[in-house]
Design a binder for this molecule. Sequence first.
Ligand SMILES: C[S@@+](CC[C@H](N)C(=O)[O-])C[C@H]1O[C@@H](n2cnc3c(N)ncnc32)[C@H](O)[C@@H]1O
Length: 262
Amino acid sequence: MRRRGRKDYYYRKAKREGFRSRAAYKLIEIAERFRLFKGKESVVDLGAAPGGWLQVARVLTRGKVVGVDIQEIEPIEGVEIVKGDIRREETLEKVREIVERVDVVMCDASPNLSGVWSYDHARSIELSEHALEFAKSMLREGGSFVCKVFQGDMFNTFVEKVRSHFTHVHIFTPKASRKESAEVYVIAKGFYHPKVLPGEEYDVRVDDVSERGEGVARLDDFVVFIKGAKKGERVRCRITKVRQRYAVAKLIPDKWECPRSQ
Ligand SMILES: C[S@@+](CC[C@H](N)C(=O)[O-])C[C@H]1O[C@@H](n2cnc3c(N)ncnc32)[C@H](O)[C@@H]1O
């Protein structure tokens, strides 16, 4: 029996043009549209088997190209291969033995699909979170991150985490993605180390008010906007959103404040 979509346009094109997977055309489109490579970047590709993305990366950059997968990847000239699970620290250690810092981290890893939407989504997010942690530990300042994610209710939270480490974040569906697929690609450029992180709490002095009426506090040169905080107050706040030059925070009410006497 012929498997659904097995011999579609991109499948045949990949066979004809010598690519190991139809997925190669997704990276070609992403790389062109988002100018991912200028020619010297070093790249790590997580979830890389059978190696279509590695073949594309090998052509687009003269830098180091490293592919990681739990499955065997047939050798590709000029590409280093690491066999292992991207969720395991020992796998990432092996990558770090080959290359210390990279310019691009890509992840096209997919869990084995069960057909149960919420389960597949959760496992895809788990892989994406590991890829993001890896990118944070390996990327050079200004580097790029490309990651496949299956859409679902945890998608926005994941994208917000990406936004707190990259100046430009795009959500993109390449033409070669199958129509019925829930996959999208998060393309993030301009990696930076944020001054604060979502969830962190700070005691700050509100020393200004923004045009939108939020309290403005400063952590060194870094600006934090706090809704509901008034100029002159000392408040405790929790960071909810982080960007390169500023963060947004929520006021934490003082639990121990005595009720006012009548
Ligand atoms: C869609 S394929 C990648 C295709 C690849 N981009 C290409 O162009 O050939 C997804 C890959 O993710 C890998 N994968 C899934 N979970 C993984 C994990 N935890 N660690 C490493 N690889 C994983 C699978 O083995 C599979 O080879």
